[in-house]
Design a protein around this ligand. Structure first.
Ligand code: FES
Length: 255
């Protein structure tokens, strides 16, 4: 059940180039139902900036009523957010969207997680839940350059991690698809989140049998404005990323 809440900031820190990690506390966490959901943030009480910003949930702790998000401070709203400090509040609408399914896996399944840039964070809670469920997690993370890399060590807690950078300044030079070729010959299910070209390349390489989380500009976040629609792959219809997604089975929508 979604709600709007002024959540308390516990900490807000820069962890990579333009990337911040913020932890919030509030009742809304009790309604989070799985990895891959997102929240819609309003940073100021005034009219500017008026639109909320969608940010994915990186991890949540129901017992403590806290959750963590990572965001890139690039627009006006997210730059304002980066200046929030402990005890400030953030207006949060959520939790929203349909996340990554973790059911239907045989015990001990091999799960491949592929993330690019600011698409990496929702895979963290997913990795945590898969590992807790007794599955094997292999994570492949892609970034532009060394300064952009985050959470490499955090994911090692769950299994093997391979990092690529486009310029080769950290990990292997290339893309997540190159690392998968080299290191992950077999998997039972894959999950991915990142920029569209990365998702397209993964879908072409790995086919169905996976789940893709789409990053999309949003308006309302609750299915009313159609700002976030994407086309169905095998039909004339469309799907709303904010309510039907952001996670879709590979092959269902045009990425
Ligand atoms: Fe308004 Fe999806 S953001 S319908």
């Amino acid at each position: 059940m979604k709600q709007v809440e002024k959540m308390k900031v516990l900490r807000n820190e820069k962890i990579a180039r333009s990337i911040f990690e913020i932890e919030l506390e509030g009742n809304l966490v009790q309604h989070m139902s799985g990895p891959g959901q997102f929240v819609h943030l309003k940073v100021t009480d005034g009219m500017d900036p008026t639109l909320r910003r969608p940010v994915s949930v990186c991890r949540y702790e129901r017992k403590k009523s806290t959750f963590t998000m990572l965001y890139r401070a690039e627009g006006k709203g997210t730059q304002l957010l980066s200046r929030k400090t402990a005890e400030d509040t953030v207006d949060v609408l959520g939790p929203l969207g349909t996340g990554f399914p973790t059911d239907g896996l045989k015990p001990g399944s091999r799960c491949l997680l592929a993330g690019g840039g600011i698409g990496v964070p929702p895979l963290y809670e997913l990795a945590r839940q898969l590992k807790a469920g007794g599955h094997h997690v292999t994570t492949v993370l892609g970034f532009r350059s060394k300064e952009d890399v985050f959470y490499e060590e955090a994911f090692r807690e769950f299994g093997d991690v391979y990092v690529t950078t486009e310029d080769g300044t950290h990990g292997a030079k290339g893309f997540v698809t190159d690392a998968i070729d080299r290191h992950v010959p077999v998997w039972d299910r894959y999950y991915a989140c990142g920029p569209r070209p990365m998702l397209r390349a993964l879908e072409t390489k790995l086919g169905t049998g996976g789940w893709l989380s789409l990053e999309e500009r949003m308006g309302c976040g609750i299915g009313a404005c159609l700002a976030c629609v994407c086309d169905e792959k095998n039909g004339p219809g469309y799907r709303k990323v904010c309510t039907d997604g952001p996670v879709f089975p590979a092959g269902e929508v045009v990425v």
